[in-house]
Design a protein around this ligand. Structure first.
Ligand code: GN1
Ligand code: MG
Length: 370
């Protein structure tokens, strides 16, 4: 439906034609996203940026525009289709790549990549392999991007000890009066506190390198070609910041290698699918093995567990806070998501040795050093 705010936001961007259709896309949990069509037969993605989550829109859009221009140039140089393999953002009347409306809401728009699909849950080994190639290549193409020009769009985004502290504060405050329902889940988290600081410690000791990373490498943040089922490009660029390769690898496994969707309620359906884990690891290391350090490769399997832990803990934190951060469709949605992630962690713990073996197999395959 074309609401007044959508129509007026669309009109502020410099493109031909008038809006004829707007359809909300609800896959993402943060921004409000619309597919819009025009009478000039063009399609765009129009997004209302969640400014509760992203406070510095100027910094956010500078990151995104800088990075997409960099990707565009590199793809063009390599003979690729830069309009399809990276996003193209559109300027507004103000000359900036966003628009602030009369209500103070922030909007942005980019060209819709046509004939593409996304996956919300684990798929075939080929799909996972292709996603691994895309995220691996993304990091590779940004290896020479000037990291010091990037704004930190969300402070301490993957700082797991800091997320743990936020969680303990939420337990303490019990704002929504839900703590009594989740004592078991609270225990699940506190029992694993020692895991939380592995990456922050290694980073502080200089044993892991900071890189330009995506930081939100959900499977549904990759577009796949409808016809070939091969990945086309990576989307949802809000959290591009200096980070660890382990954040990106781990979050992809969390979201793409779960046998069930992120809010599946039947815990028996949830497990880490090792066949898909192998597919993603194969694709990711085929692009990155040569540039990753031994310490990074040794921690890939563990990163899957830690990123799943962090995300589950964030869902539970939001449940305790009264569902103020993630979009929810029903009461208890965040609790369902948290329990889902914790079940996934249990199955990762049971399979950690096998995951480690798989990583080493592809390290050997793709590392000339060996
Ligand atoms: C959010 O925006 P979306 O849906 O791709 C969240 C991620 C979580 C994910 C869990 C900025 O990602 O960190 O892992 O939900 N993004 C932000 O589904 O918080
Ligand atoms: Mg998304």
């Amino acid at each position: 439906m074309i609401t007044k705010e959508i129509a007026s936001a669309f009109a502020s961007f410099s493109v031909r034609g008038s809006i004829t259709e707007a359809e909300q896309i609800t896959a993402g949990l943060i921004n409000a996203t619309y597919l819009v069509k025009t009478d000039a037969d063009e399609k765009y993605i129009l997004q209302k940026i969640n400014t509760f989550v992203f406070k510095d829109v100027e910094g956010l859009m500078n990151n995104i525009v800088g990075v997409t221009k960099h990707l565009n140039e590199k793809i063009k140089l390599a003979g690729g289709d830069e309009k399809r393999e990276a996003l193209s953002f559109i300027q507004s009347d103000s000359g900036k790549y966003y628009h602030i409306d009369s209500q103070g809401s922030a909007w942005r728009m980019y060209v819709y990549v046509d004939d593409a699909i996304t996956y919300n849950k684990a798929e075939s080994r080929e799909v996972l392999m292709s996603a691994g190639v895309s995220f691996g290549r993304f990091m590779k193409l940004l290896a020479d991007y000037p990291a010091d020009t990037l704004s930190e769009t969300i402070a301490n985004f993957h700082n797991t000890p800091s997320r743990y502290k936020d969680f303990m504060d939420a337990v303490e405050k019990d704002t929504a009066g839900r703590r009594h329902q989740v004592e078991k889940e609270i225990a699940f988290i506190t029992e694993r506190q020692a895991d939380t600081h592995r990456f922050t410690d290694l980073l502080a000791e200089g044993k892991l390198p900071l890189r330009v990373t995506h930081n939100d490498t959900k499977l549904n943040n990759v577009l796949f070609d409808k016809a070939t089922n091969k990945s086309i490009c990576v989307i949802d660029l809000d959290t591009i910041m200096p980070g660890l390769s382990l954040y990106d690898f781990g979050d992809s496994i969390r979201s793409g290698v779960n046998s069930a969707k992120e809010d599946e309620t039947d815990l028996d359906k949830i497990y880490i699918d090792l066949e898909l884990f192998e597919g993603y690891t194969d694709g990711y290391l085929s692009e990155t093995a040569e540039s990753l350090t031994d310490a990074e490769i040794e921690n890939l399997a563990f990163s899957a567990k830690l990123m799943t832990f962090e995300c589950g803990m964030r869902f539970l934190t939001d449940y305790l806070n009264g569902d103020v951060y993630f979009r929810t469709a029903y009461e208890g949605h965040n609790l369902v998501r948290a329990r889902n992630q914790f079940r996934l962690i249990e199955t990762m713990e049971q399979n950690m040795d096998k995951m480690q073996e798989i990583v080493m197999k592809y390290k050997e395959k793709y590392c000339a050093k060996n």
